[in-house]
Ligand binder design. Structure first.
Ligand SMILES: CC(=O)SCCNC(=O)CCNC(=O)[C@H](O)C(C)(C)COP(=O)(O)OP(=O)(O)OC[C@H]1O[C@@H](n2cnc3c(N)ncnc32)[C@H](O)[C@@H]1OP(=O)(O)O
Ligand SMILES: CC(=O)C(=O)O
Length: 532
C-alpha cells in the first residue's frame, strides 16, 4: 500500500524565538537550521527578516541546507497600502529564502479589533500579498492566524480567508490554533469541513499547547486530512509552546496508525538522533532538559520498581511502548526502595560487578540498601555509592585508609583591612599503611575546607586522586524540625572526564558531606585499580 507524504515544518527559530527566556544568536540559528536539515525536516522557518538585525542577517547569509526549504516569515500587506508599497512585504520578498510564510488574520473579530479594518480589506490583503510573493517565483504559504476561533465565530469568513490564500496561489494554507485553546475533536471536525474547500494536501496545522494538547491537535488535523504539521523542537514557542516535534516525529514514525499511512522526511537512522537534537537545543539555550519529556526525556525509559524491572529483564516490551534506541534514548533500571533483586542485578551488571543470582549476599545487599533508603539514602541518584555498597557486601573494597579524626571550624573575624570575613578551617588525621598523616586546610566553607584537607596527603594513594574534582554539591533536608536528616549528594569528575555521584546521610550536614566525600575518593581508587 502506498503511503501519503506528510510534510514537517519546523518553527523553532521563529515561534520558538517567541518563547520568553529564549534568545538565539545568529550562530545558534545557523547551527539549528543545519541540525533540523540533517534530521530530515522539510521546511525550516528561520525567522522574520526585517523584524530584527539577527533575522535580517540570517536571510542575507542563507544557510546552505541540503534538503529543507529555508522559509521566511512575515505579515501580509498592511491595510490601506498596496503590496508594491509595503516595506514589510518588500523585505520578505528580498530575503534569500526558498519559501515565504505569510501570516494573515482569519477571524472577523481579530480583523475588527486588532487590524481595525474591514473583512473585505483583509481578504484583499491576503490575495494581493500571496500574488506578490508568487509573482517572484517563491513558494508561498499562509498561516491563517486565529483560524479555529474565527471559524467558531464566523465560519464563512474564516473559510473565505483560507480560500483567498489557496485561490491566489498559496502552496499551503496553514490553519492556526493561535491561542491554543481548541480541543482535538473540534480541530478534527473543523479541518474535515475545510478540506471540502481546500484540498487536504494543501492544508497545514499550527497548534499551540495551552491545554497541553498541541500534539493531539496536530494528529487530529492529520486524521481529518491536513498534510503539513508545524511544530518546534522540545515544544518551544509562545506562552506554553507549540506542538512538540520531538513527540510528533516518533509518533508518526513508530505508531501503526500513522506509520502505515504516511511517509515523512525523517529516516529511521535520523530518528535515532532525535534525543541528541533535543539535547543540543537545550545546551545551546542553557536550559535543563525536561526529564519527563516523552521519547527523548531522561526518564522516558527508566524503571525503579521491582515488578517492572523483573519483567523488563525478561523482555523490555513488557513495560516499553517503543524501543528506546529507536529515538536515541536508553533503558535504565534504577536501584531504590521500590526495587527488588532484579533491579539490583541489572545495576550490578551495568557496573560490571559479577554477582551470582543465588548468592545469599544478594539478599543481604537488597535488605541493606532498603534499610539505608528508609534512613534517607537515595541510591537511584548516587550510583557510585551503590557500587561501593555492593562491592563492600562482596568484600571487594580494600580498606585503603582510615580517617581517625577530623575537626572543622568556622570563624568570623576582621581581616587586616578591617573587613568582616568568615573563614573555614579543617584538620584531618588519616592512617595510611599504618602511618598517621595530619593535614590542615582553609576553605570558602566547612565542606570545602574538609575536602581540601582530606585530599591533601593520602600517601601512596595521592597519585590516583590528583585529577579528582568536585563539580556539584547538593543538600536536601529530609524532614523539618529538630529531628531533621540531611542528605548530601556530591558529583565528582576525574581526569578522564568520567562523572559519578555519591551520597551521605546524617543528622549533621558536615558528617553527611564527609560520607559523600569519602565515597567519592574510594570510588575513584576502586575505579583506578588501586590496591591496599
Ligand atoms: C501569532 C504569531 O505568532 S504572529 C508573529 C508575531 N511575531 C512578532 O510580532 C515578532 C516580530 N514583530 C516585530 O518585530 C514587529 O511587530 C514588526 C516589525 C513586525 C512590526 O512592528 P511595528 O511596525 O512597530 O508594529 P507593531 O508591532 O506595533 O504592531 C503590529 C502591526 O501589524 C499589524 N498586523 C498584525 N497582523 C497583521 C497581518 N497579518 N497583516 C497585516 N498587518 C498586520 C497590526 O494591526 C499592527 O498595526 P498598527 O501598527 O497599525 O497597529
Ligand atoms: C502564526 C502563528 O504563530 C500562530 O498563529 O500561532
Amino acid at each position: 500500500m502506498s503511503r501519503e507524504r506528510l510534510y514537517l515544518f519546523d518553527t523553532t527559530l521563529r515561534d520558538g524565538a517567541q518563547t520568553n527566556g529564549v534568545d538565539f544568536t545568529l550562530q545558534d540559528k545557523q547551527a539549528i537550521a543545519k541540525m533540523l536539515d540533517d534530521l530530515g525536516i522539510d521546511y525550516v522557518e528561520g525567522g522574520y527578516p526585517g523584524a530584527n538585525p539577527t533575522d535580517t542577517e540570517l536571510f542575507l547569509q542563507k544557510p546552505a541546507l541540503r534538503h529543507a526549504r529555508f522559509t521566511a516569515f512575515g505579515m501580509t500587506r498592511r491595510p490601506g497600502r498596496s503590496a508594491a508599497n509595503d516595506p514589510g512585504l518588500a523585505a520578505l520578498i528580498e530575503a534569500k529564502a526558498d519559501a515565504i510564510c505569510l501570516v494573515a488574520k482569519s477571524s472577523a473579530y481579530q480583523v475588527r479589533v486588532a487590524l481595525e479594518t474591514t473583512n473585505d480589506e483583509n481578504l484583499a490583503s491576503i490575495r494581493d500579498s500571496v500574488k506578490a510573493v508568487a509573482a517572484v517565483g517563491r513558494e508561498v504559504m499562509v498561516d491563517c492566524e486565529h483560524f479555529f476561533d474565527g471559524y467558531r465565530e464566523d465560519p464563512a469568513f474564516a473559510l473565505a480567508c483560507a480560500r483567498a490564500a489557496y485561490d491566489s496561489g498559496a502552496r499551503w494554507v496553514v490553519l492556526c490554533d493561535t491561542n491554543g485553546g481548541t480541543m482535538p475533536n473540534e480541530i478534527e471536525a473543523t479541518v474535515r469541513e475545510v478540506a471540502k474547500h481546500v484540498p487536504g494536501d494543501h492544508l497545514g496545522i499550527h497548534a499551540h499547547n495551552d491545554t497541553e494538547q498541541a500534539v493531539a491537535n496536530s494528529l487530529a488535523a492529520v486524521r481529518a486530512g491536513a498534510r503539513q504539521i508545524q511544530g518546534t523542537l522540545n515544544g518551544l514557542g509562545e506562552r506554553c509552546g507549540n506542538a512538540n516535534l520531538c513527540s510528533l516525529i516518533p509518533t508518526l514514525k513508530l505508531k501503526k496508525e500513522f506509520a502505515d499511512a504516511f511517509e515523512i522526511g525523517v529516516s529511521e537512522d535520523r530518528l535515532a538522533t532525535l534525543m541528541q537534537a533535543s539535547r543540543t537545543l537545550d545546551n545551546m539555550l542553557n536550559r535543563a532538559p525536561n526529564r519527563r519529556a516523552p521519547y527523548v526525556g531522561e526518564s522516558a525509559f527508566v524503571t525503579k520498581t521491582g515488578i517492572h524491572a523483573s519483567a523488563i529483564i525478561k523482555d523490555p516490551a513488557t513495560y516499553e511502548h517503543v524501543a528506546p534506541e529507536s529515538v536515541g534514548n536508553r533503558r535504565k533500571v534504577l536501584v531504590s526502595d521500590q526495587a527488588g533483586r532484579s533491579n539490583v542485578l541489572a545495576e550490578l551488571e551495568r557496573a560490571h560487578i559479577a554477582f551470582d543470582r543465588n548468592d545469599p549476599k544478594l539478599g543481604r545487599l537488597v535488605e541493606e540498601m532498603k534499610e539505608r533508603e528508609a534512613a534517607g539514602y537515595a541510591y537511584e541518584s548516587a550510583a557510585a555509592s551503590f557500587d561501593l555498597l555492593a562491592r563492600r557486601t562482596l568484600g571487594r573494597v580494600p580498606e585503603y585508609f582510615d580517617v581517625e579524626q577530623f575537626d572543622v571550624n568556622v570563624e568570623q573575624r576582621y581581616n587586616s583591612h578591617g573587613q568582616r570575613v568568615t573563614v573555614a578551617m579543617a584538620v584531618v588525621k588519616v592512617r595510611v599503611d599504618g602511618e598517621i598523616r595530619i593535614s590542615a586546610a582553609e576553605g570558602n566553607g566547612p565542606v570545602n575546607a574538609l575536602d581540601v584537607a582530606l585530599r591533601k596527603d593520602l600517601g601512596k594513594y595521592q597519585k590516583y586522586i590528583e585529577g579528582l574534582t568536585l563539580i556539584d554539591y547538593r543538600v536536601r533536608i529530609l524532614n523539618g524540625g529538630t529531628g531533621a536528616v540531611t542528605r548530601v549528594l556530591i558529583e565528582s569528575e576525574d581526569e578522564e572526564g568520567e562523572r559519578w555521584t555519591t551520597i551521605g546521610v546524617s543528622s549533621n550536614i558536615i558528617d553527611a558531606s564527609f560520607q559523600a566525600l569519602m565515597d567519592s575518593i574510594f570510588y575513584k581508587l576502586v575505579k583506578s585499580g588501586a590496591t591496599a
